[in-house]
Design a protein around this ligand. Structure first.
Ligand SMILES: [Zn+2]
Length: 696
């Protein structure tokens, strides 16, 4: 993964402990004198700077007016500001652009460094975390930057002189823009919203509550009993919904004796969660036994934990009172408060698609539907049926049996890696070598290695890029006392892929305002290019074509599953915007209807079963606010990039060429990288080939 600060976390960090006022619910409006003053200034300054300046002037005045509030100053202050700060000649405009680019690189880079240092103890494997370390880690030094820039009017200087654009404009005109024009667009975009602190606070509070609700939603598996009182799962096993529950379904494919009974039980538990027929008392509670089929609850007949029954939940078998949907509604109500302050993306849906993903929702939906309605899906399903030797059941959307068995055991691989990398330093020293093996020149490999710091991670590992040239990317990897194991190596290679992307897209870019990639799916895809070659990097034989084909089918099936989940997430957000005053009960009914509709349309024929609500189980739906569509997008992009690299046969130079494009629209980036816009075609083409190879 790539270490980023998701917006919920940023907002949480911005929260203060003091009691908050109710955030405003009405749209901000420009002061009454604004229109007249703007008109007068446009005339006056067009005379001063010439008619050719007028379109830019009119645009700038409109953009400033959109964000100017009474507290920013009266009409005289506004006029004085515009007269002083409109860059009427190209020299001043160029100077303003250069100055902002230079200053923002410094600001972003140093803020990132401060944040990284403040999180050092909690991110790295350096011993005990004290309470003050947690406070340091939760602090975001850049939380008030945008507010400050509106207060001191630097934001208005940018808005007066550079264009705010919509995604539609960037898509329609962007290919004709110069790199400087693109950089100007990104510069203005930084000030495309002015969200009051109390709104951010409300969003942060709702996000925090949703996060808390999800993070404690465990099921104690040993306490799931069937009609005969039998227990399928071992003592102490506590699974977090939905991640662990889903992964247990995946793992159960290797359990020939009781796997299917376990899978059916988990599937029933998931259904109880999304329909909220789950007894409130069984959530995160090892003190009761529960039969999810009959829904009967009893005091636990076996004890495997001292954890007490959680406070605040109803006793007996009273159902959870739609809390899941109440959480989502609260989050929606909070997120919606930001809408009036974000004129170029005035809904959360627009912010996710137009700003974060930069792909219009309609086109995005079409890509998902192309995967879901592909004739390859029933073919893959038939193959799964054959491999399982039984008819499919709904939980087989999580079929995990395509994963090829490698030529080496995990123990053998651990042994090899441990000898090679006893310490993080040993890995660090080997980076130039590894990069040369991936096809980078010796010179490039040394340049890259010089820009990557290796740290011992506390968790499984992550990559943290730099934000100013002169700083370095950080590769955080887990090294056990007895040395690095294979899993750690596999992750380190993935993170190194992120670091190489980060280094190229910052240090070799023409404008730092364009540093980075269009969205996170791109850096993940680039990291997977490295990760997929980990065995070759150890000097072992690479996977044969059969296991390559199986891996492709595994990815296709995963995309087929998560594309449906994404459609449900999108459908629910639209429904909430159309029914802003809904009750939790109404949202539940709507969510179930949407989930069943998507199921009936794309899955029912394949699984021979209708009205299954399982697609609504993802916890991201409740605490990550329309994030799920990123997953299928990531799969599609990974296939496009991988195919291009396979075609040219050279990872190093090709990787560098792609990564230097920077943060333009995804389609522009992908056309530059592969000749085609973002889409599912590469995934589908590879799947078709793989099916032909694996099918009986
Ligand atoms: Zn990653």
């Amino acid at each position: 993964m790539k270490k980023t600060f998701p917006f919920a976390v940023i907002l949480l960090a911005a929260m203060s402990a003091a009691g908050a006022e109710e955030p405003p619910r009405s749209a901000p409006s420009a002061p009454a004198w604004m229109k007249e003053a703007s008109g007068r200034l446009e005339k006056e300054l067009a005379v001063k700077h010439g008619e050719e300046a007028r379109p830019r002037l009119a645009r700038g005045l409109k953009q400033v007016a959109e964000f100017w509030r009474t507290e920013d100053g009266d009409a005289a202050a506004f006029e004085e500001f515009v007269r002083t700060n409109f860059a009427g000649d190209s020299k001043t405009l160029d100077t303003l652009f250069d100055r902002m680019e230079f200053a923002l690189e410094s600001l972003d880079g140093h803020m990132l460094e401060i944040g990284r240092d403040f999180r050092k103890q909690s991110d790295l494997d350096l011993g005990r975390i004290y309470p003050f370390d947690e406070t340091l880690a939760g602090y975001d030094p850049s939380a008030h930057v945008t507010e400050d820039f509106f207060s001191n009017k630097l934001a208005f200087s940018v808005l007066l002189n550079f264009p705010l654009t919509t995604l539609q404009q960037r898509l329609a005109e962007g290919e004709k823009w110069s790199r400087r024009q693109w950089a100007e667009t990104r510069l203005a975009e930084r000030f495309s919203k002015r969200i009051p602190a109390e709104v951010n606070l409300a969003i942060g509070r709702a996000a925090g509550q949703a996060e808390q609700y999800i993070s404690e939603y465990n099921v104690w598996m040993h306490h799931l009993v069937d009609a005969k009182g039998q227990r399928l799962f071992p003592p102490k096993l506590r699974l977090l919904s939905h991640w662990n529950l889903r992964d247990e379904i995946k793992a159960d494919y290797t359990d020939a004796a009781t796997g299917i009974a376990k899978q059916r039980t988990i599937s029933k538990v998931m259904e109880r969660i999304v329909t909220q027929t789950i007894p409130d008392s069984v959530v995160n509670n090892p003190q009761v036994d529960w039969n999810p089929f009959t829904n009967e609850v009893r005091p636990a007949a076996e004890k495997d934990s001292d954890a007490p029954a959680p406070a605040g939940r109803k006793a007996g078998n009273a159902p959870e009172p739609d809390t899941r949907y109440a959480m989502l509604l609260k989050a929606f109500q909070a997120v919606r408060l930001a809408d009036p302050y974000s004129p170029t993306a005035p809904t959360m849906i627009a912010r996710r698609f137009d700003e974060n993903r930069q792909i219009p929702e309609a086109r995005f939906r079409k890509m998902l539907e192309d995967v879901l309605s592909s004739p390859l899906a029933p073919k893959a399903a038939a193959l799964i049926k054959k491999r399982l030797g039984r008819k499919l059941e709904p939980f087989d959307i999580w079929y995990a049996g395509f994963k090829p068995r490698g030529a080496y055991t995990e123990v053998e691989l651990d042994e090899i890696v441990r000898k090679k990398y006893p310490t993080p330093e040993a890995y660090k020293k080997d980076i130039p070598n590894l990069l040369i093996k991936l096809g980078f020149s010796k010179e490039k490999a040394e340049f890259l290695a010089g820009n990557i710091v290796v740290d011992p991670a506390r968790g499984s590992g992550h990559a943290m890029g730099a934000a100013r040239r002169g700083d370095q990317a950080h590769l955080r990897t887990r090294v056990e006392k007895e040395g690095m194991n294979y899993k750690g190596f596999n992750i380190a290679v993935h993170e190194m892929g992120h670091n190489v992307e980060q280094t190229f897209s910052l240090n070799e870019i023409d404008h730092t305002l364009l540093a980075g990639i269009p969205n996170t799916a791109f850096t993940e895809a680039l990291a997977f290019v490295f990760q997929a070659r980990d065995l070759e990097l150890l000097g072992l034989s690479k996977p044969d074509s059969k296991s390559r084909a199986l891996t492709i089918l595994n990815d296709f099936w995963g995309t087929f599953e998560i594309a449906g989940v994404a459609l449900v997430d999108m459908g629910v957000w639209h429904w909430m915007y159309e029914h802003p005053d809904a009750t939790p009960g109404q949202l539940k009914e709507a969510t179930l209807r949407i989930a069943r509709d998507v199921w009936n349309r794309y899955y029912a024929a394949i699984f021979q079963e209708k009205d299954v609500p399982l697609l609504a189980i993802y916890s991201h739906m409740i605490n990550s606010f329309l994030y799920l569509p990123d997953y299928p997008l990531g799969h599609m992009i990974a296939f496009q990039i991988d195919r291009q690299i396979e075609k040219t046969g050279a990872i190093g130079p090709e990787f560098e060429r792609m990564a230097k494009m920077g943060n333009v629209t995804p389609d522009m980036w992908m056309k530059h990288a592969t000749g085609a816009p973002v889409g599912p075609e590469a995934l589908l083409a590879e799947t078709e080939k793989a099916l032909a190879q694996v099918s009986p």
